[in-house]
Design a protein around this ligand. Sequence first.
Ligand code: MN
Length: 194
Amino acid sequence: MAEQGWAIATDFLPLWILRELAEEADRLWRQGRFRPTGIERGSKYQIHQDVRNDLIFWWDECTPTPIQHIYRAEIGRLRQALNEASFLSLVEFEVHCAVFPPGAFYRRHRDQFLTADERMISWYLNTAWDEADGGALRIYDPEGVDVAPHAGTFVLLRSDTVEHEVLPTRQERFSMTGWLRRAREFRILSNIPE
Ligand code: MN
């Protein structure tokens, strides 16, 4: 991670946790709770279906379900290890589930945030995935490294500096993506007349 800005692991989380997260995502998807995504362009938030056409569901951090609570605790341990290993001070964690219906993709990009040093974490939730199903995460380093979205596979990525892409999928593809980031820095604007 420190050298190349990304890392891949498997078996980081027990399978039962991933199974429950996958069931929850699938249920929310069937209930029509996912929404089309947008991307930031200047000051405008727009839907650009030529850039990405997945659908997402943001977790509500105030009212986590029991399995979300367990997942957050696991992420907390990971965050602590990252902070200790690289002298970071990542404190916040936002997460959403994403579904890529057949034909969906997310073109090559970098994540654009307001502050540097975010770390993206993606977990894949698809128990039966074949190479022919497509939908790999391609990490440009600078050549493409393709990661199939098998359940249990886990990618940690410096997503503001490392370009990445989701190749078109042929099957419904579920993932969870979260961003670890520093505490928001609040700027106090002094506007008091002298
Ligand atoms: Mn991204």
